[in-house]
Design a protein around this ligand. Structure first.
Ligand SMILES: [Zn+2]
Length: 279
C-alpha cells in the first residue's frame, strides 16, 4: 500500500513533507503554487534546496503535484487557451525542478464547443508542451473527472482518445479518482462491479496507464456528475469499493492519495480506515 494525502503548502512547500510524516503518509500530493491564482512567486534556489533536503530527511516515497484549477487546455477561447498553456508549462517547470514524478491535471472543459473540438485542443496543447519540455522526467497524468458541466475525462473513451491523439503519449498517464469515476456513472460498489469497471478501463485505456489514484468517497449518487468528495465510507460509493482497490496486488505500489475534507484531523481517521481494509 502506498497511501497518502493532499497536504497544504502554507508556510512553505517543505511543510507539506513534514506534515506527511506526522500523519503517517508514504506519499504526498501538493499544489506547487496557489491553486486559485494564475500568478506565483518564482521558486528560488533556496526554496528548491530546502525542499530537497526536507524530502531526503523525511523519506516520503512519492510526491505528486496537482495543477491550478483555472487552467483549461480545452478552452475554445484563444486568449484563455494561450494563458492556460503558459500557466501549465510553468506548473511543469516547477514540478520538474522540485523533482516530482508526476503532475496531475483535469483535461479541461469544452465550454460548448463540443467534445471533439475540446479533445483536439487538449491534444494540441500537449504536443506543444512536450516539444517545449523535452528531456523532462516529469509525467503528466490526466485525471478521470465527474463530468460536471462540459468537462472532459468523464468517459474512459475520452482519455483513450487523448492518449491516441497526442504525438508522445509515453509522457502521459492517468490518475483514477474514485469519486469522479463513480459520479461519472461507473458502478464499482461491489467486487463484481469493480471487476467489470476495471476490465472496461483496461480495454479502453489500459490499467498500466494508472500512475496514481485519488481516494475519495462521493457525496453525489452514481451518475450524478457531481464533483463532491466525502470521507471514506461515509458517501454513496462505500467501503467495499476501497476494499477492492486496496487489495489489488497490481496497484500495490501506485500512489493512493486522499483528497477528502481536512476538518478535525480526518486524514488520520481515513488513513486508518483504509489500512484496515487491507487483507
Ligand atoms: Zn481528484
Amino acid at each position: 500500500m502506498n497511501l497518502g494525502s493532499h497536504l497544504s503548502i502554507a508556510g512553505g512547500l517543505h511543510h507539506a513533507l513534514e506534515e506527511a510524516v506526522e500523519v503517517g503518509c508514504a506519499t504526498l500530493q501538493i499544489f506547487t503554487k496557489s491553486n486559485s491564482q494564475w500568478r506565483a512567486k518564482p521558486l528560488t534556489d533556496a526554496d528548491v534546496e530546502t525542499w530537497r533536503a526536507t524530502w531526503t530527511r523525511t523519506g516520503v516515497r512519492n510526491v505528486v503535484a496537482h495543477d491550478c484549477y483555472l487552467i483549461n487546455l480545452a478552452s475554445p477561447d484563444e486568449a484563455l487557451w494561450r494563458k492556460s498553456l503558459a500557466a501549465f508549462r510553468h506548473e511543469m517547470e516547477r514540478a520538474e525542478r522540485l523533482g516530482l514524478e508526476s503532475l496531475i491535471m483535469h483535461p479541461g472543459a469544452h465550454v460548448g464547443s463540443g467534445e471533439e473540438t475540446g479533445l483536439a485542443r487538449v491534444a494540441q496543447a500537449f504536443d506543444l508542451l512536450h516539444a517545449d519540455t523535452r528531456g523532462y522526467r516529469l509525467r503528466v497524468l490526466l485525471e478521470t473527472t465527474a463530468g460536471q458541466g462540459s468537462t472532459l475525462g468523464r468517459r474512459f473513451e475520452q482519455l483513450a482518445a487523448l492518449l491516441a491523439r497526442v504525438k508522445d503519449p509515453d509522457r502521459l498517464g492517468v490518475c483514477f479518482d474514485t469519486c469522479h469515476v463513480f459520479a461519472a456513472g461507473y458502478d464499482f460498489r461491489t467486487p463484481s462491479g469493480y471487476k467489470k469497471v476495471m476490465r472496461e478501463f483496461d480495454r479502453m485505456v489500459g490499467l498500466d496507464q494508472i500512475r496514481a489514484f485519488h481516494l475519495n468517497d462521493s457525496k453525489g449518487e452514481l451518475g450524478s456528475r457531481l464533483d463532491r468528495h466525502e470521507h471514506i465510507g461515509r458517501g454513496k460509493l462505500g467501503l467495499e469499493a476501497f476494499r477492492s482497490l486496496l487489495n489489488a496486488s497490481r496497484f500495490r505500489k501506485v500512489p493512493m492519495i486522499l483528497e477528502t475534507p481536512k476538518e478535525g484531523g480526518m486524514d488520520l481517521v481515513n488513513l486508518r480506515l483504509l489500512r484496515g481494509l487491507r487483507e
